[in-house]
Design a protein around this ligand. Structure first.
Ligand code: UFG
Length: 338
């Protein structure tokens, strides 16, 4: 298939581009490079061993989108593009609603005009809201605690309404748990533009000497060691899940599907720190500080639906995730060159 990947220069997008190419699909990328560096493209082409057409514009530009969908003869879309920083979304909610909802509506309208039906959407376990039951199953009610999370809930709802009205759509909502790790080559990985908000990139930057110590946000949660428990999933497993979902929706007649992409295993902050120390051979200094607003004690998936329907499951271990993150961080201590 000829697949358009929105946000294909970003962290999860770039890894998914490689998996799509590896599975024999033709990939076209659209990215406005608001949170990605153009140098990722050369590396992707080097790893893919082929040219990857990249269009640099904002998805909200309907005219450019029309031209792209027609010229590139796009048959399916994997939609990653969007803002994703929780704290920033609280400070600048309108930017998040305008960008994440606006771009998605523009994309859906363009897909409608060109009669492109398969869409894989990048959702998040954040849609399970502030007090979820764990392990989380896809049938739990959805809600959110911040504007970023609400954009995911709202886009999911839009897609429910759209697929109810027009059942010819083939949509997959993929709810990611905590994506970490990097391509084993160390050539592509996560490159936060500012101080990392997330645990793994922060730990990696401490290990490489860019930051002094990790702040552990609370050790008084109702978890085995008191620190937050999350379901970390290797970005390559996640990318493979997108290929499996795309191939499933284009061979089955169901307008809307929802799948968790996680490992089903929880790891605490301190367990992750120890695993990273082991994989890197470095000591990670840390200090326990107060809880971070909006955090929950435990989040991990019940990934059995994706396994039963897609035949997909995550295979990489927490050690693999740390070892691959470390390879990327060591080779690119300052991230991608500008
Ligand atoms: N943590 C620290 N110190 C840090 C950063 C994080 O102790 O510097 C802790 C958090 O308190 C939490 C765990 O590490 O217990 C994981 O935190 P992350 O920020 O890495 O991940 P979250 O689970 O909070 O957030 C992720 C995504 C969000 C998404 C959310 C819910 O980054 O986009 O999952 O799905 F909304």
């Amino acid at each position: 298939m000829r697949v358009l990947v929105t946000g294909g220069a970003g962290y999860i997008g770039s890894h998914t581009v490689l998996h799509l190419v590896g599975a024999g699909h033709e990939v076209v990328v659209v990215d406005d490079f608001s949170n990605a560096k153009p140098t990722v493209v050369g590396r992707l082409e080097e790893l893919a061993g082929r040219h990857i057409p990249v269009h640099a514009f904002d998805l909200a530009d309907a005219e450019k989108l029309d031209v792209l969908l027609a010229q590139e003869r796009v048959q399916a879309v994997v939609h990653f593009a969007g803002y994703k920083a929780v704290g920033e979304s609280v400070a600048q909610p309108l930017d998040y609603y305008r960008n994440n909802l606006g771009a998605t509506i523009a994309l859906l309208r363009a897909m409608q005009r060109h009669r492109i039906r398969p869409l894989v959407f990048s959702s998040s376990a954040t849609v399970y809201g502030p007090t979820p039951r764990v392990p989380m199953t896809e049938d739990l009610p959805t809600s959110a605690t911040n504007p970023y999370g609400w954009t995911k809930v709202m886009i999911e709802q839009m897609l429910r309404d759209l697929t109810a009205a027009e059942p010819q759509w083939r949509v997959a909502l993929l709810r990611y748990f905590n994506p970490v790790g990097a391509h084993p080559s160390g050539r592509i990985g996560e490159d936060p533009s500012d101080v990392p908000n997330n645990l793994m990139p922060y730990v990696a930057q401490v290990a490489v000497g860019r930051r002094g110590e990790l702040s552990v946000f609370g050790d008084d949660y109702d978890t085995p060691d008191g620190t937050g428990v999350r379901d970390y999933i290797h970005v390559d497993d996640l990318a493979a899940g997108h290929v499996a979902a795309l191939e499933w929706i284009t061979t089955h007649d169901r307008p809307l599907s929802v799948w968790n992409l996680g490992t089903g295993r929880g790891t605490s902050v301190l367990e992750l720190v120890r695993a990273f120390e082991q994989a890197s051979g470095r000591t990670i200094p840390y200090r326990v500080v107060g809880r971070r607003a909006g955090d929950i004690a435990s989040s991990y998936a019940d990934p059995s639906l994706a396994e039963a329907e897609l035949g997909w499951r995550a295979t990489r271990t927490v050690h693999d995730m740390c070892a691959d993150t470390w390879r990327w961080q060591q080779a690119n201590p300052e991230g991608y060159p500008s």
